[in-house]
Design a protein around this ligand. Structure first.
Ligand SMILES: [Zn+2]
Length: 59
């Protein structure tokens, strides 16, 4: 099996990992109940999406 001839420098490995950071979720307020919800998802608190009831939730 092929094996690297030289150890990669710290800078090279660190440069590769410069793009590995994860991004935080970007919740927005639900227009129905004001609870934080994820974009393009039905609200986990009241179950509405785009002004209609999308999930079975009893208030
Ligand atoms: Zn809601």
């Amino acid at each position: 099996m092929a094996v690297p001839k030289r150890r990669q420098s710290q800078a090279r490995g660190r440069k590769r990992r410069a793009h590995d950071a994860i991004t935080l979720p970007n919740p927005s307020a639900c227009p129905q109940c004001g609870e934080a919800k994820m974009p393009h998802r039905a609200c986990p608190s009241c179950g509405t999406y785009q002004g209609r009831q999308a999930l079975d939730k009893e208030e």
